[in-house]
Design a protein around this ligand. Structure first.
Ligand SMILES: NC(=O)c1ccc[n+]([C@@H]2O[C@H](COP(=O)([O-])OP(=O)(O)OC[C@H]3O[C@@H](n4cnc5c(N)ncnc54)[C@H](OP(=O)(O)O)[C@@H]3O)[C@@H](O)[C@H]2O)c1
Length: 310
């Protein structure tokens, strides 16, 4: 196995996957929309080991060219909010399906699709629903694909802890929707290691749910963060109904402003917070592939050290 083509390689998780694979000596083709902004990936490998190819996963006609000659294709592309050009449906369903189909046509040996815990075609959240339908579309077109479903991912570049830490530096209140919703946060490099291991050991048809060993309610995660950065802030617990109203207003103004209004809180996010985000009891998990996940309590100080009040 030599060439691994990664879509979404410049993203938060994708860059760790590229780094893991580069350290194992794989050649990597990262298909990115803005190669200039993905140049940092090059330093993860030796000269010529990592190729940046300009491309868009929505460009159905070019997908076969993008994956040509690959031994493995990895899909890390996703969006957490919709824009006029990137809907949940076109990115998580149509593009995922087309990529899997193209990989199959090009006789790619392995396909690894990154999904999310809670993804389900029955979900009330449009985000998780599209991820669930996307998984099904991938498996229909590449039946031996590996599906990876992480819980909330933490790491230096995460949006979760960094965003709340930033908020705490400007606001006395931290609004939390679904304070009791439970998560099993997972370290970004552990997810990347799992992906790398599946490739090194040439695994197919694995369906892994990846969460850390510890379970935290949303409000506990914020509490941990505030202790770590030594800030006393009021945690504002927002019930689901008002959160949905606020999110619908935010969604509405985002649409009519053509995306000018930022996605502070979306309805899809609120609805995804209505269910716990935990590894299911019968699922294949880290222990099944011999990885011991790192603890949030060990990594969190490094993630938020720049916000630390000394
Ligand atoms: N972060 C989490 O806590 C978390 C939790 C569970 C599951 N996941 C899943 O893990 C995967 C990776 O998430 P992430 O946190 O790394 O997201 P991310 O940082 O937003 O990365 C998404 C990547 O997709 C690329 N992309 C977006 N639209 C594209 C398009 N049309 N064509 C080609 N590339 C495109 C982005 O590149 P551009 O620079 O071009 O936008 C970026 O590199 C996703 O499937 C996500 O659902 C993440």
């Amino acid at each position: 196995m030599n060439l691994v083509t990664v879509f979404g390689g410049s993203g938060f998780l994708g860059r760790y996957i590229v780094r893991q694979l580069a350290s194992k000596g794989y050649f990597i083709r990262a298909v990115v929309r803005k190669p200039n902004e993905a140049l940092f990936l090059k330093v993860y490998g030796k000269v010529g080991q990592i190729e940046l190819l300009r491309g868009d996963i929505k460009d159905e006609k070019s997908l076969q060219d993008y994956v040509k000659g690959s031994d493995c294709v990895i899909n890390c592309v996703a969006t957490f909010f919709e824009t006029s050009s990137q809907s949940f449906k076109n990115l998580h369903v149509s593009a995922a399906r087309n990529l899997a189909e193209s990989a199959k046509k090009e006789r790619v040996n392995q396909f690894i699709h990154i999904s999310s815990l809670g993804a389900s075609s029955n979900s009330n959240s449009q985000l998780l629903k599209s991820k669930g339908i996307g998984e099904e579309a991938v498996l229909e077109n590449f039946p031996k694909a590996n599906i990876i479903r992480p819980s909330l991912i933490f790491g230096s570049e995460d949006t979760f802890f960094n965003r709340f830490a930033e908020l705490s530096s400007i606001s006395p209140f931290i609004p939390v929707v679904g304070p009791n919703t439970q998560f099993q946060p997972v370290y970004v490099d552990d997810v990347a290691k799992a992906v790398s291991l599946l490739i090194e050991t040439n695994q197919n048809k694995r369906y892994l749910e990846l969460g850390g060993d510890d379970i935290y309610a949303f409000k506990e995660l914020i509490g941990m963060l505030l202790i770590e950065i030594k800030r006393r802030r009021i945690i504002l617990k927002i019930p689901f109904l008002p959160a949905k109203i606020i999110a619908s207003i935010n969604d509405f103004f985002r649409v009519i402003s053509g995306g000018f209004v930022p996605p502070i809180l979306t309805l899809a996010q609120v609805k995804s917070l209505e269910s716990d985000n935990l590894v299911s009891s019968g699922a294949e998990k880290f222990s099944d592939i011999g990885i011991v996940p790192k603890k949030l309590s060990i990594i969190l100080p490094k993630i938020v050290s720049r916000f630390n009040r000394t």
